[in-house]
Design a protein around this ligand. Sequence first.
Ligand code: NCD
Ligand code: ZN
Ligand code: ZN
Ligand code: ZN
Length: 386
Amino acid sequence: MPQFNINIATGRGLFPVTIGFEGERIDSITYTDGAHASPTRLLIPSPVDLHVHLRDFEQLQKETVSSGTRAALAGGICAVADMPNTVPPVADRETYERRLELMSHDAACDFVLNFCVDDKYSLSQAASVDPFFIKVFLGETTGSYVLEKGLLENVFMLRKPVAIHADIEGMREAIKYSKRYETPLHICHVSRREEVELIARHKDERITCEATPHHLFLSGGYTVKPPLGNVNDRDALWAALGTTIDIVASDHAPHTLEEKEHGAFGISGVETMLPLMVTALVRGEISFKQFYAVMHENPKRILRSHGFEFGFGIGGRADFSIVDTSETYAIDPTTFHSKAKHSPFSGMEVEARVVETWVRGKRFFTNGVCTNEARGAPIPALSKEP
Ligand code: NCD
Ligand code: ZN
Ligand code: ZN
Ligand code: ZN
């Protein structure tokens, strides 16, 4: 039975523990005096990225399921939620099943899938699939799968969890329908102070939202949807982390450098999210409580509330990454595992390096490379207690 002596990051700070695991599961977590734990290494329990675009299909030049999920592991991420604005889009049952098959063969980390509704046909198809989210684009972005006018209410009538890409008007409408039909709603990439305030006023246990590292750390100078906000917007996002804002997700949206130069929207972000957020933690820019909420507790709560078995703990899946905080280094996109080896974070100094990523009790990433054991699987459904 492998054992780890390490400091674990929790909502109340770092605690030295010995973790034992048996097969894919955690067998024991024992608090220790820390004598055997390196002071600069910390274990992050089950980090996931609930917003990534793995591309593939007819956009192999941007990213493949293999390269994107290897990038996730290199970023210390154990599992990802794949977005459906692919070419062709994951907007009918057959393509959904093809996507599942492709991911089951090629994914290096674990995953859940989303399904896109943009017209009457995809709406009818959505009834027969069980994705993590039904994704609805209410505004233009990569792929142009904007929902046909007049169909938003019908999407909520499906009573399956809905995730939206929207401006503040779209958010307002989606919130209204989420309440009317008691349908879970996740609001993607919140970027403006007014949006945070709107969501704070209307939030209930069914409504969740996310912020991205680029909207937290950057203002201006890079093409993404939604556009980067100003310092006032960024302050509002930081202040809401762990309260109004449930999770941080990367919105990893890879494009070739050539495509970026022609104005494509999106950032190669899955490898920089955890280093950036752990850096904010060690610099005291966010509390352990906030870090733990947005990187662990809330992603786990969202997955579990949609029926997926996920989360670190005794008897739970041994999913975690180990981050070293002993040295400062500059982000270097040429080292990315993603096909999109460019980033607005290039040259930014961070204090957290992902050294290992473990999924279901196996080491999937170490010493800068993915191991032969790195084979992803769909996150299984929660077994119903008898
Ligand atoms: C995303 C993409 O390229 O797929 N781009 C982006 O700028 N965020 C789409 C999206 O999430 O809106
Ligand atoms: Zn097969
Ligand atoms: Zn979007
Ligand atoms: Zn996105």
